[in-house]
Ligand binder design. Structure first.
Ligand code: GRF
Length: 218
């Protein structure tokens, strides 16, 4: 089996990146983390990646001024240099242009801290609490030009408990994120995910397996 070469794009602490690195340590995992790219030179995740002996690159968006295409040309050059097959966004805080997304169609994954299509955008945990949601969670999806709108690969649910603050809920969701991102990448790297009419079929069916859908016990 040839392992897919993956670039993880980060902007911050990189705990999802770390979960992907951990999963890929297993030689039977179908993907290897070839490089971690940050748009911020001070992202904490860069140190975590280096400590795990993963190559890192910085493409500083502030150096590209307001020109998103110029920034993306820098990212594209790094992806080509490392012969990347798949891109995982993991707390990457830049919007990508439709041109870039199309070039990488069905080869860019993102993790979002909510059960999409609910709570797109930022501040998802506070908004879930304000909405009195009983169930919250995380979603891994393919990236499309519209934000947080691409075909869903995997989701995990967690209970919202009385007394939860946004921080407590975020920590519970983050644990679920670390579980489903490696699972979703595995499915994609194994070529088991096909997009048809805007939705993902896994092994030809619309659900990725019960283990990624079951709420964690409270
Ligand atoms: C995660 O909650 C992820 O879902 C969101 O940004 C956060 C990044 O956290 N897109 P980390 O950098 O992976 O720890």
């Amino acid at each position: 089996m040839t392992r897919k070469r993956v670039a993880v794009l980060i902007s911050g602490r990189g705990s999802n990146m770390a979960a992907l690195i951990e999963a890929a340590k297993d030689k039977s995992y179908p993907a290897e983390i070839a490089v971690v790219i940050s748009n911020r030179p001070d992202a904490g995740g860069l140190l975590v990646a280096k400590a795990a002996d993963i190559l890192t690159e910085v493409v500083d968006h502030t150096k590209a001024g307001k020109d998103r295409a110029q920034f993306e040309n820098g990212v594209q050059a790094v992806l080509e240099k490392h012969r990347i097959d798949l891109v995982c966004l993991a707390g990457f805080m830049r919007l990508l242009t439709p041109e870039f997304v199309k070039k990488w169609q069905w080869r860019i994954l993102n993790i979002h801290p909510a059960l999409l299509p609910a709570f797109k955008g930022l501040d998802t945990h506070r908004r879930a609490l304000e909405a009195n949601a009983r169930i919250h969670g995380a979603t891994v999806h393919f990236v499309v030009p519209e934000m947080d709108a691409g075909p869903i690969i995997a989701q995990a649910a967690v209970h919202v408990l009385s007394g939860d603050s946004a921080e407590i809920l975020a920590a519970r969701v983050l644990k679920a994120e670390h579980r489903i991102y490696p699972l979703a990448l595995k499915l994609v790297a194994e070529g088991r995910v096909r997009v048809t009419d805007g939705r993902c079929l896994i092994d030809g069916v619309p659900t990725p397996g019960a283990e990624s859908l079951t709420p964690e016990p409270p």
